[in-house]
Design a protein around this ligand. Structure first.
Ligand code: NAP
Length: 318
């Protein structure tokens, strides 16, 4: 199929960019509404859900489910309803009059609507040693790298849900987890923060900042700064796990309106400031970054995209 400029015939009704659980949910709802739905993902479908070990808060699963298994179920369900999944890297999105052109791995694909589900990437500490020891003891994924450090002395940095969740995971691998957070209280949900503080495999140090990571072929120590006492000291660690938030991946849509942090602003229909462009999941300015929220976003976006396409066709053909 090719674009026929003027009569608005596009390759797809919806192109979804990003195959995390928000994108996969959008794909399922789009395909199920009988829309020609393509999802483009450069890695394996599932996104960050793939690396979550025990998911205990996804509704409908009273026993924890592996993130990998949940992501597989999302993918199967989207494909079952007819969504196509393409493995490619999207390099540009251009808006023409009433449709979009998406360039992916040298192919130009057109669609009436685009749903951006590109998520967010791990924020880096940007301190000496972080880059040098990345993959040599510096990690952004406890599920992936934690098992390499059984019974070792581990440092976790951050004070949000991710740092607390991952510290809990690491506390099953070793009884020597130290969690440092720059403020005097957690940002994490209180119930999770309480479990971390009650866990006798985790030592929490508030008002602590990490200033440097040192080692030889591997991480050996970290330089820590106690900002309450204004004192700096060095302590031995075998690995440093960094969970200090994320940076939304919005490079493909420089013109979409963003909030002060850089998340894409949407309305309750997931509409962005560009007509026909929707944003779902961690890339948008949602108040709560959860798989269940992203899945809900995906459903809403496809529903509203369907209405938009109907209106577009009605305006053009009637
Ligand atoms: P987050 O909520 O933004 O928390 C980031 C933490 O890192 C904050 O405590 C922040 O400190 C700290 N931080 C930021 N920059 C730092 C720096 N340069 N040096 C040291 N510390 C720094 O990020 P997140 O924990 O990755 O969570 C992201 C989203 O995913 C959240 O919406 C969260 O609710 C969700 N999530 C949920 C779950 C769950 O429900 N189980 C699990 C993981 C993530 P301040 O507190 O001082 O700002």
């Amino acid at each position: 199929m090719t674009t026929m400029e003027g009569d608005m015939k596009t390759d797809w009704d919806i192109i979804i960019i990003g195959g995390g659980t928000a994108g996969l949910s959008a794909a399922q709802y789009g395909a199920r509404a009988n829309l020609r739905t393509l999802l483009i993902e450069e890695m394996a479908p599932g996104g960050l859900t793939l690396i979550i070990s025990d998911l205990e808060n996804y509704p409908g699963f009273p026993e924890p489910i592996q993130g990998f298994e949940l992501a597989q179920r999302f993918t199967e369900q989207a494909e079952k309803f007819g969504a196509e999944i393409m493995s490619a890297t999207v390099t540009s999105i251009d808006k023409q009059k009433d449709h979009f052109t998406v360039e992916a791995s040298d192919k130009k694909l057109t669609a009436y609507t685009v749903i951006l589900a590109t998520g967010a990437q791990h924020r880096k500490l940007e301190i000496p040693g972080e880059e040098d020891f990345s993959g040599k003891g510096v990690s952004y994924c406890a599920t992936c790298d934690g098992p390499l450090f059984k019974n070792k002395k581990l440092l976790v940095v951050g004070g949000g849900d991710a740092a607390c969740d991952e510290a809990m995971f690491l506390s099953k691998i070793t009884d020597k987890v130290t969690l440092v957070h720059r403020r005097d209280r957690f940002r994490a949900q209180p119930s999770l923060a309480q479990r971390v503080q009650a866990n006798n495999h985790i030592e929490v140090r508030f008002n602590h900042e990490i200033k440097e990571i040192k080692g030889d072929t591997q991480v050996r120590s970290a330089v820590l700064y106690n900002n309450h006492e204004d004192s700096t000291y060095e302590e031995e660690f075998d690995a440093v796990f960094v969970f200090i938030g994320s940076i939304p991946q919005t490079a493909l849509v420089p013109d979409a309106e963003k909030d002060e942090i850089g998340y894409i602003i949407t309305d309750q229909c997931m509409r962005t400031s560009i007509p026909g462009l929707y944003a779902v999941g961690d890339v948008r300015n949602t108040p709560f970054r959860q798989i269940v929220v992203g899945a809900g976003d995906g459903a809403v976006a496809s529903h509203c995209a369907a209405q938009y396409i109907d209106e577009l066709k009605g305006q053009s053909y009637d």
